[in-house]
Design a protein around this ligand. Structure first.
Ligand SMILES: Cc1ncc(COP(=O)(O)O)c(C=O)c1O
Length: 391
């Protein structure tokens, strides 16, 4: 009856079963997996946001495959603020970054073609690829006083079916940016093999360790698609507004946009009120980012303060984004550890293996929670190890 591509194992894993059990018992955990910015006590300009959705033009239907020009202008202005001049013809709006991925996989891949993705990285890619009959091929990120792309390892993974290299800049959950040098090598490699670069920049505006990094939106060395959206940069995932920007050799970029136009025209999934509101919603990012940057930095500092008092656990370097990784004694699987932390300490953390870490011994913490919540959560995690709870 059903397609093979939807033959997922839908049974809950042991970790989600443990979470379910915990909730069913009416218990409440400190949630260090929080990823929803609208539920962590940040202030939003509610009135301005709601009013922005009430434009009179919303009552008319004027479909535009790439998205309304006024909205694409707002996106171009966003890139201008990052120092990259992008024209509206290079921009295509989508309802989410996930939808942008789906369009790109459709544009670039026939069934069974391959996209290279970083490991560790964000687990949703597997579902996106399954749905588009695309094969994901991991390329390694190596950690040695900071993360870097194993370029040799990546080259080793290329086959005649490789269609694109995906980079996440900065990556979720490693928090590592792609360096300009890595980007040059990747572009060269992609151009030589007629492959594209897909650059996910949803966390670009959240550097933690220094100046803002460069966007890929002007990358010219290879056909490049740069993805971002309101969900992370303005903390408005519920608005369902994202985009992709096409750059690279002109003939290729023009042809890509013409084909993407047809893909987008087939669905016309953007709604008018959000597109009309986009200039105002995008403007909200400044206040949001400021608040969140203050919180992320404070939480990271608090984590370091607590880590300095012990020697068992260390955190990996983090350059940007919303997450931080702890290296912990690998005395049992990450999943077992996360379950024990929930059951014994009432604190929720993500096991590293959710993000495709090559070995056990890693926990991923979100730095979104409110400061007091984060402080208590970290205390609980560290006290679990200090108490010698490991066998
Ligand atoms: C790296 C990365 N890309 C994309 C997304 C999804 O963004 P969107 O809500 O726009 O689909 C996420 C969400 O967590 C993410 O971590």
């Amino acid at each position: 009856m059903f397609s093979k591509r939807t033959e997922w194992k839908l049974q809950p894993n042991r970790y989600s079963e443990a979470c379910e059990r915990f909730r069913a018992e009416g218990k409440i955990a400190i949630d260090l997996t929080a990823s929803n910015p609208t539920r962590v006590g940040l202030d939003y300009a509610s009135e301005i946001i709601l009013q922005s959705l009430a434009a009179l033009e919303s009552l008319q239907y004027r479909p535009e495959a790439k998205g309304l020009l006024s909205a694409r202008r707002a996106v171009a202005a966003y890139y201008h603020s990052l120092g990259a001049e992008v024209c509206t013809e290079q921009i295509l709006l989508t309802t989410s970054t996930s939808e942008a991925y789906a369009f790109l996989f459709r544009l670039l891949c026939d069934a069974g073609d391959e996209i290279l993705v970083p490991a560790p990285s964000y687990p949703l890619f597997q579902f996106l690829a399954d749905l588009q009959d695309v094969k994901l091929v991991p390329y390694p990120l190596l950690y040695d006083h900071g993360w870097q792309i194993d370029l040799r390892g990546l080259e080793h993974q290329l086959t005649a079916r490789s269609r694109a290299v995906l980079i996440v800049h900065p990556n979720n959950p490693t928090g590592s940016f792609v360096t300009p040098k890595e980007m040059r090598v990747l572009s060269w490699l992609c151009a030589r093999r007629q492959m594209a670069v897909i650059a996910d920049e949803v966390f670009l505006d959240f550097p933690l360790d220094g100046p803002p990094r460069r966007t890929s939106a002007k990358n010219a060395g290879a056909l490049t698609f740069t993805l971002s959206g309101l969900s992370k940069i303005a903390g408005l995932p519920q608005m369902k507004a994202s985009w992709l920007v096409t750059s690279g050799p002109e003939a290729l970029a023009t042809e890509a946009m013409a084909r993407l136009d047809v893909i987008a025209d087939t669905f016309l999934s953007m709604n008018a009120p959000v597109q009309l509101a986009l200039p105002i919603l995008l403007n909200q990012r400044r206040a949001f980012q400021h608040q969140l940057q203050v919180r992320l930095r404070a939480n990271l500092k608090e984590l370091d303060r607590q880590l300095a008092k012990q020697t068992l656990i260390e955190r990996l370097d983090v350059e940007g984004g919303w997450y931080v990784i702890l290296r912990v004694p690998a005395t049992r699987s990450d999943e077992d550890l996360a379950i024990e932390l929930l059951e014994k300490k009432s604190v929720l953390v993500h096991p590293g293996h959710f993000f495709d870490f090559p070995t056990d011994g890693y926990l991923v913490l979100s730095m979104l929670p409110q400061r007091e919540e984060f402080r208590k959560g970290v205390e609980k995690v560290l006290s679990y190890f200090q108490a010698g709870a490991t066998p």
